[in-house]
Design a protein around this ligand. Structure first.
Ligand SMILES: Nc1nc2c(c(=O)[nH]1)N[C@H]1C(S)=C(S)[C@@H](COP(=O)(O)O)O[C@H]1N2
Ligand SMILES: [Mo]
Length: 325
């Protein structure tokens, strides 16, 4: 995860104005902010909103971004849609964060299937529609902290992964869940380069996978997931570094042993299996004590378990978080 730490020159969009796409326009304020914070300001052409013009999600009862003060949504203002969709890590398309949107613009997810298999009583290959029918879509406004030191507030749409896992009836010897992204170098041109071992794989311990915060996300800002954010279905574990949130999932397998994970395999001393956000455990090449909230100047302190300690610290009781980073 070599990072240029370059912040995109993007406008700030009031989330309330999101559905009026004519409000997407550039302001001098952002340029001034970027200069003031010493960041490189790159003048871009007006942002194409084509890639975020995905269908509205039906049956979403909570209005998009109306944060309710509960355990499942934070009340920090959501990061602009433009930042969320034009500053991405998705190496299957590009290693340039600002280039992922364009590189994934024609990604076709028609006929997508997800196989839920392994140590379950009722394995099943789901069509996307059937998968989405398992539970009504909910809005969850989560903090997202990338291991590289930047963060966002993202209004996801989805449901708890536990609903899907319960539907296939896990067997008692299932101790971990292994996830796999699509492998298709034709449709994911970044896979023609060996920057990572493809397909991207991730994993959770069973209790982490069953935790209500763990989200199977099918949308953001009230709309179907844009390709660059992991269409049509991706994982979100808000107390862990962003790389655990595997995108464009095709296989979910319940297994007995801890599965291999892409970034851990790529650099085991830098990226652990657990990857819990922890301001006290630094990355070997940088501090994790603070973060840059995209769209805001300066840095802010990083919170233990990304601010979700009350909900998840119990999962790691008695574990050495330095050894199990
Ligand atoms: N398949 C796949 N999933 C992935 C990645 C990737 O390169 N490939 N990048 C990860 C990283 S490092 C981060 S920070 C998040 C970024 O999600 P976002 O672009 O939706 O913000 O996706 C994660 N999931
Ligand atoms: Mo990341």
């Amino acid at each position: 995860m070599t990072s240029s730490n370059k912040i995109p020159a993007s406008e700030i969009t009031d989330p309330a104005d999101y559905f009026n796409r004519r409000t997407f326009m550039r302001t001098g304020v952002v340029a001034a902010t970027a200069v003031a914070t010493g960041l490189v300001y790159r003048r871009l052409n007006p942002v194409s909103t084509g890639t975020v013009d995905t269908p509205l999600i039906e049956g979403l009862t909570t209005p998009a971004t109306a944060a309710v003060d509960n355990n499942f949504s934070v009340t920090d203002p959501p990061t602009s849609l433009d930042h969320i969709t034009h500053y991405n890590n998705f190496y299957e398309f590009s290693t340039d964060k600002e280039g992922v949107a364009a590189a994934s613009a024609t990604f076709d997810t028609q006929g997508w299937k997800v196989s839920v298999e392994g140590l379950v009583r009722k394995p099943k290959v789901f069509d996307l529609d059937d998968l989405l029918k398992i539970s009504p879509p909910e809005e969850r406004i989560y903090r997202m902290r990338c291991v590289e030191g930047w963060s966002m507030i993202i209004p996801w749409v989805g449901y708890s992964l536990s609903k899907l896992l319960n539907a296939v009836e896990p067997l008692s010897d299932a101790k971990f869940v292994a996830f796999e992204t699509l492998l298709d170098p034709q449709r994911m041109p970044g896979q023609r380069r060996r920057v990572l071992k493809w397909p991207y794989v991730e994993g959770l311990r069973m209790d982490e996978a069953m935790h209500p915060l763990t989200l199977l996300a099918s949308g953001l800002y009230g709309r179907t997931l844009p390709a660059q954010n992991g269409a049509p279905i991706r994982l979100v574990t808000p107390w862990k570094y962003g790389f655990k949130g595997i995108k464009s999932i095709v296989t979910i397998k319940l297994v007995a042993r801890q599965p291999r994970t892409t970034w851990n395999e790529s650099a085991p001393n830098e990226y652990g299996f657990y990857a819990n956000v922890n301001p006290r455990v630094d990355h070997p090449r940088w501090s994790q004590a603070t973060e840059q909230r995209i769209g805001e100047p300066g840095r802010r302190p990083t919170l233990m378990f990304n601010g979700y300690a009350e909900q998840v610290a119990g999962l790691y009781a008695g574990m050495d978080l330095r050894a199990n980073f």
